[in-house]
Design a protein around this ligand. Structure first.
Ligand code: G
Ligand code: G
Ligand code: MN
Ligand code: NA
Length: 253
């Protein structure tokens, strides 16, 4: 209840901050994208993770205000980086299902891109399998987003309920292999089979595929050997404040 009261004021008080986690191409260690992950710098409780406050935001409806702030900030930061000569890479933003199901999603996204000057192809929206499977709305929404040029990725892939037939019907650009399949991948032969199969399936469906939660060299090696070209995880970088992304990744060292 206290947190909820504080969260209501967090946006106006500029307490939210976006961190960015680099997404790396395994062949040459180039940064191919960044995922924006929101943090709350709470005045007394320190830095709070979205795992704590996004559920509160969803229950209270504050998710619309916070989600709008997040999208605007991510697009605006990316545009700044592009103008400053940073790499021409997209930003991935996590959408909650409330946001995905808002009635005017396309116009809303178009508005944010126009305001911030970011071209649509540099925005990727991360949705989950359950959001995609809600067929009453998603076919049309996903097709409109695709026509507009915004990319869609399926987050936490493999952990939700999705029908594979949806993957061929819908314009999904990228599968994000969930971290839970990566954690024990060096020992667990089931995880190895699942991950190798997802990578192969994505290729045959002409989708990109990225593995999340890479923390060790051995995990990276398995993925490289199985032709997974993009990875994200602490092994390369934790999510970082914008300034640290610039310092660590933009300026040649
Ligand atoms: O960064 P971290 O691992 O603490 O994120 C925890 C969860 O919060 C993840 O599931 C992530 O997708 C989600 N999350 C992070 N940032 C956002 C955001 O801006 N919007 C939404 N809806 N979820 C987010
Ligand atoms: O649900 P989603 O995939 O958006 O959540 C991403 C979450 O995973 C973020 O909270 C981020 O901080 C976290 N994360 C990113 N890389 C790693 C990693 O290598 N290991 C672990 N344990 N968590 C990670
Ligand atoms: Mn995500
Ligand atoms: Na994920």
């Amino acid at each position: 209840i206290e947190l909820e009261r504080d969260l209501r004021k967090a946006v106006q008080r500029h307490e939210l901050e976006l961190y960015y986690q680099p997404q790396i191409r395994t062949g040459n260690n180039d940064m191919v994208g960044v995922e924006a992950l929101v943090r709350w710098n709470h005045p007394t409780k320190g830095t709070l993770s979205p795992g704590i406050f996004i559920p509160i935001a969803e229950e209270t409806g504050l998710i619309h205000e916070i989600g709008t702030w997040t999208l605007r900030e991510a697009c605006s930061q990316m545009r700044k980086w592009h103008l400053a000569g940073g790499p021409l890479i997209p930003v991935s933003v996590n959408l909650s299902s409330h946001q995905f199901h808002q009635p005017n999603l396309i116009e809303y996204i178009r508005g944010i891109l126009e305001e911030t000057g970011l071209e649509p192809e540099y925005l990727e929206l991360e949705i989950t399998e359950s959001m995609m499977m809600d067929a009453t709305v998603s076919t049309e929404i996903l097709q409109q987003l695709n026509e507009f040029g915004v990319k869609i990725s399926l987050d936490d892939f493999g952990t939700g309920y999705s029908s594979l037939s949806y993957l061929k019907q819908f314009p999904i650009h990228r599968l994000k292999i969930d971290r839970s399949f990566i954690t024990d991948i060096t020992d667990n032969t089931s995880d190895q089979a699942i991950v190798a199969t997802i990578i192969s399936m994505a290729k045959h469906l002409n989708m990109d595929v990225i593995a999340e939660g890479i923390e060790t060299k051995d995990q990276l090696e398995f993925l490289t050997q199985n032709a997974c070209q993009e990875i994200q995880g602490y092994y390369f970088s934790k999510p970082l404040p914008a300034l640290q992304v610039e310092e660590s990744f933009f300026i040649p060292q």
